[in-house]
Write a protein that binds this ligand. Structure first.
Ligand code: NAG
Ligand code: NAG
Ligand code: NAG
Ligand code: NAG
Ligand code: NAG
Ligand code: NAG
Ligand code: NAG
Ligand code: NAG
Ligand code: NAG
Ligand code: NAG
Ligand code: NAG
Ligand code: NAG
Length: 475
């Protein structure tokens, strides 16, 4: 009696443990080890991962037969069958080639495959990738594959996320791009940045899309308006496709509640910014430089209360800068409006969050607002090449302890140190441009001793250059 209970307990114990001790089928361990052996580990590879907050390390180094393969670093198995369902070798310092005969393709149950941030120079993306029919996540980002992306990629009809960054010379032919969008109806995330597609943008986008990054892909033609209406879209990047034109929807965008990041740098809109941009109330980052935008900034832009960055430089926008830009955007830190046709006077700055105010190359006039002295987080201020006038006392900048760069060149201002306050520039300061600012003496620069760039041309400085000036900036 007692004995059989003990046997039963031992039996149950073995049953429960066997699933973790003898989970991995032997042929699967062999496939993984063969795959490991096609690569070398290079300690200099994957170092870009640090910039992404990831620590690279060679996960495959510890793979060996003394442990069940389901316990190997980067390997996850199905608990019932023991099949490898996830292989995460991102940032693993791998260098080598994968071919169509790679043992990787024997792992036919994979659901997630991550080989990003390694170096597979000279490898093509094999058509065999198309056989991973259970794959939901394929991440080959920044891994130096080259050549043409096989059309078999669009067999992966369960894919939720496809990330391929075109280091080197990855191509996707227009027909396969269309097929991919048409057939991968579950896609949420598609990143094809820097891959040569050179095609128009097809119309078939799954309504599931949250992230679409197609910058630097040579796309041309017109952006289908339907993209702006994808109801779940959070990130849209179509930057630097110079032959791409677009029109903003004039009515409320269906993505307006979800869209957080919009980067259309360099896309030709040749139009005004519509009022409807004010509906994008979730937007954190709006990048529309060099978009051939004209006309005024719509008042509704001040509705974007979550915005942290706003890049509208290098357009033909005109009119005054709406006061709401400086007062109603509590999170705005970067405001780049340089090289447009803005005119009129600046309103007072009230958003303490401002770190960069870049307004150079416009036709702004009047006094530089005194309220600038309250922007204690300010790092960069560029008001150069405008029509600002009046006396500017250097003490205006004495509270700006974070300042890195200050440019006031080519206005109609006289810069002076009338108040003779005991003025010190912050340690961080490395750029000062005061060309044509009626500067008469250098004393106010004495404490600026970390400068990398100093422009005092076209001023009224006379006499001998003080000795301290030669040592400043030479540390
Ligand atoms: C096998 O891998 C384990 C870690 O999984 C490691 O401790 C051991 O040193 C490895 N053995 C060999 C021979 O590499
Ligand atoms: C792949 O690995 C990299 C590096 O660890 C990581 O940043 C990325 O998010 C992973 N991709 C997916 C789809 O999980
Ligand atoms: C794959 O085939 C190539 C030749 O096409 C060969 O050089 C290589 O060793 C093979 N790799 C494996 C893992 O069998
Ligand atoms: C499209 O996806 C289906 C499965 O949903 C698959 O059977 C078919 O082969 C795919 N077509 C292409 C051209 O990839
Ligand atoms: C992209 O590919 C097309 C042909 O497919 C080629 O004409 C063009 O030069 C390529 N563009 C770049 C930037 O490599
Ligand atoms: C793709 O778009 C075309 C043209 O709008 C349409 O006829 C077709 O039904 C769409 N296909 C899918 C799968 O949505
Ligand atoms: C936007 O959403 C509404 C409501 O869901 C829908 O009726 C309309 O067709 C959508 N518009 C576009 C252009 O997708
Ligand atoms: C931008 O689009 C407008 C209108 O379609 C066109 O006239 C202009 O030439 C385009 N500009 C560039 C640089 O392609
Ligand atoms: C912007 O907000 C104001 C109220 O603050 C509202 O009346 C207006 O409709 C909004 N405009 C847009 C385009 O969201
Ligand atoms: C802005 O530019 C347009 C032409 O694009 C012009 O008609 C309008 O008068 C300009 N507005 C101002 C305030 O300069
Ligand atoms: C600059 O401002 C002055 C007045 O301070 C004005 O007379 C002049 O027309 C303005 N110049 C430009 C180019 O706007
Ligand atoms: C200016 O401040 C420095 C240190 O903060 C001090 O050493 C110096 O004596 C002061 N000079 C004047 C003129 O107050």
């Amino acid at each position: 009696m007692g004995l059989s209970v003990v046997f039963l307990i031992i039996f149950l114990y073995q049953l429960s443990c066997s699933s973790s001790i003898f989970l991995c089928p032997k042929h699967q361990s062999i496939s993984l080890l063969k795959f490991k052996e096609t690569f070398t580990i290079n300690p200099y590879v994957s170092s870009r991962c640090y910039f992404r907050g990831q620590k690279p390390y060679p996960k495959t180094s510890s793979w060996n037969m003394s442990r069940d393969c389901c316990l190997w670093d980067g390997v996850i198995c199905d608990e019932m069958t023991g099949h490898v369902i996830e292989l995460d070798l991102g940032c693993s310092r791998l260098v080598g080639k994968t071919d169509s005969n790679s043992s990787l393709f024997q792992l036919s149950h994979l659901q997630r495959l991550n080989l990003s941030w390694n170096e597979f120079h000279g490898s093509h993306i094999s058509p065999e990738f198309g056989r991973f029919s259970s794959l939901t996540h394929l991440d080959l980002f920044y891994s130096y594959f080259s050549g043409q992306i096989p059309s078999e990629i669009s067999h992966l009809s369960n894919l939720h996320s496809l990330r391929l960054y075109g280091t080197g010379s990855l191509r996707l032919i227009a027909h396969d791009f269309k097929l991919l969008l048409q057939n991968l109806t579950q896609l949420r995330e598609l990143d094809l940045t820097s891959i040569n597609i050179s095609s128009t943008i097809p119309l078939n986008f799954s309504s599931h899309f949250t992230t679409l990054r197609l910058g630097f892909t040579g796309l041309y033609g017109i952006i289908p308006e339907s993209i702006f209406h994808l109801p779940n879209l959070e990130t849209l990047g179509l930057s630097y496709n110079y032959k791409l034109n677009g029109y903003f929807p004039k009515t409320k965008w269906n993505s307006s509640a979800s869209l957080m990041k919009l980067d259309l740098s360099g896309v030709n809109f040749s139009d005004n910014l519509p009022e409807s941009i004010g509906y994008l109330t979730s937007v954190h980052s709006l990048s529309l430089p060099n978009c051939n935008l004209r006309g005024p900034i719509p008042e509704s832009l001040s509705n974007l209360t979550r915005i942290e960055r706003l890049y509208l430089q290098d357009n033909s926008l005109n009119g005054t800068i709406p006061s709401g830009m400086f007062s109603r955007l509590p999170s705005l830190s970067r405001l780049h409006l340089s090289n447009n046709h803005f005119s009129g006077e600046l309103e007072d700055f009230k958003s303490n969050s401002l770190e960069e105010i870049i307004l150079g190359g416009n036709q702004l006039q009047g006094q530089i607002p005194k309220s600038i002295q309250n922007l204690e987080n300010l790092k960069g201020l560029d008001l150069s090449f405008n029509n600002f006038s009046g006396n500017v006392d250097i003490s205006l900048f004495s509270n700006l302890k974070q300042l890195l760069g200050l440019s006031l060149s080519y206005n109609k201002i006289s810069l002076s140190n009338e108040n003779k306050v005991n003025f010190t520039w912050p340690e961080s300061l490395n750029l000062l441009q005061f060309a044509a600012c009626e500067v008469k003496e250098l004393e106010f620069l004495r404490s600026a001793n970390q400068l990398l760039v100093l422009d005092l041309s076209h001023n009224k400085i006379q006499g001998r250059i003080p000795d301290w000036a030669w040592s400043n900036g030479c540390h």
